[in-house]
Write a protein that binds this ligand. Structure first.
Ligand code: NAD
Ligand code: UFG
Length: 336
């Protein structure tokens, strides 16, 4: 298939491009590089031994999107491009609504104009808010805790409405749990701007000596060791889920959501221990107060994706830490 990948230079997009190229698909990446570097795409091509086409453009400029669709016909779009920092979305809600929602509407308008109506869209477990019952199935009610989460819920609704208005659209929303890890080559990985917000990139920078210690945000939760539990999923398992979703698009699914998670949770201390083993060094930490907005436990029921997409996460927490460490230790400053 000929696939357009928006946001393909970013963390999840670049790993998915490797899988797409290795599976024999043609790939065009559309990205404004607002949160990524073109070097990631050079390395994607190095790993896969195949070339892709890169179009630098902005979803907020419809002419940029049209230019790509005029140049070739796409069978489907995988739509990663979005702003994703929760705290920033609270401070800059208009920027988040404009980039994520207006950008997606612009994309869909151009897709309709060029009769490409197949899309796999990056949603997030954040659409579930803070449920108290686990594991989370796709039927759980949706609830946003911040503007970023709202953009995901609104975009899912836009796709549902689009399918109602025109059943020839096929839209799959993949609700990711906590993607971590890197390609096993160590050539591509997560390259956050500034101080990382998320647990594993933070631990990785402590392990490599860029940060002095980890703040463990709360050791007084009602969990076995008191720290927060999440469903971490290896980035290459997540990438494979997108290829399975592309296959599913041909069955005319309408508008459907799938959880991509392992179905198993790990605590902050369990991740810390696994990372210490992978990096073969102690990782200093301090217990800090709970982070506002965090829930104690969050993990997926991935049965729907297992059965309908024939997809299952295979890699372990040790694989995730080994691959993160391989990337971080060989690229202490990311792609710079
Ligand atoms: P990322 O920031 O690494 O990648 C996003 C890419 O989109 C970047 O390369 C950025 O330059 C590009 N982009 C942003 N706005 C754009 C615009 N207007 N026009 C063109 N390009 C634009 O993020 P990621 O971690 O790879 O996340 C990919 C998707 O998955 C996002 O939609 C994100 O919300 C979602 N998601 C991520 C996580 C996570 O933990 N990483 C969890 C759940 C959902
Ligand atoms: N944590 C720490 N110290 C840190 C960072 C995190 O103890 O420096 C803890 C958190 O309190 C939490 C766990 O590690 O218990 C995981 O935190 P992350 O920030 O890595 O991940 P979250 O589950 O909070 O959020 C992530 C993304 C969201 C997304 C959500 C669900 O950041 O955008 O997963 O997909 F919505």
């Amino acid at each position: 298939m000929n696939i357009l990948v928006t946001g393909g230079a970013g963390y999840i997009g670049s790993h998915t491009c490797v899988e797409l190229l290795q599976a024999g698909h043609e790939v065009t990446v559309f990205d404004n590089l607002s949160n990524s570097k073109e070097e990631s795409l050079r390395r994607v091509q190095e790993i896969s031994g195949r070339s892709l086409f890169f179009s630098r453009g902005d979803l907020l400029k419809p002419a940029d999107i049209e230019a790509v669709f005029q140049s070739q016909h796409f069978d489907a779009v995988i739509h990663f491009a979005a702003l994703k920092a929760v705290g920033e979305s609270v401070r800059q809600p208009l920027r988040y609504y404009q980039n994520n929602i207006t950008g997606t509407i612009n994309l869909c308008q151009v897709m309709a104009k060029f009769s490409c109506k197949n899309i796999v869209f990056s949603s997030s477990a954040t659409v579930y808010g803070s449920p108290t019952i686990m594991p989370i199935t796709e039927e759980f009610p949706l609830q946003a805790l911040n503007p970023y989460g709202n953009t995901k819920i609104i975009m899912e609704q836009i796709f549902r409405d689009l399918v109602i208005s025109d059943p020839t659209w096929n839209t799959i929303f993949l609700r990711y749990f906590n993607p971590i890890g890197a390609h096993p080559s160590g050539l591509i990985g997560e390259d956050p701007n500034g101080i990382p917000n998320n647990l594993v990139p933070y631990i990785a920078q402590v392990a490599v000596g860029k940060l002095p210690f980890l703040n463990v945000y709360g050791a007084d939760y009602e969990t076995p060791d008191g720290t927060g539990i999440r469903d971490y999923i290896h980035i290459m398992d997540l990438a494979k889920g997108h290829l399975k979703a592309l296959e599913k698009l041909s069955n005319n699914p309408g508008a459907v959501a799938y959880n991509l998670g392992t179905g198993r949770g790990y605590s902050v201390f369990e991740v810390l221990r696994a990372f210490e083993k992978a990096a073969e060094r102690p990782i200093p930490y301090h217990i800090s107060p709970r982070r506002p907005g965090d829930s104690a436990i969050c993990y997926a029921n991935p049965t729907l994706a297992n059965t309908e997409l024939k997809w299952k996460a295979e890699r372990t927490i040790d694989d995730m830490c080994v691959d993160t460490w391989n990337w971080q230790s060989h690229n202490p400053n990311g792609y710079d």
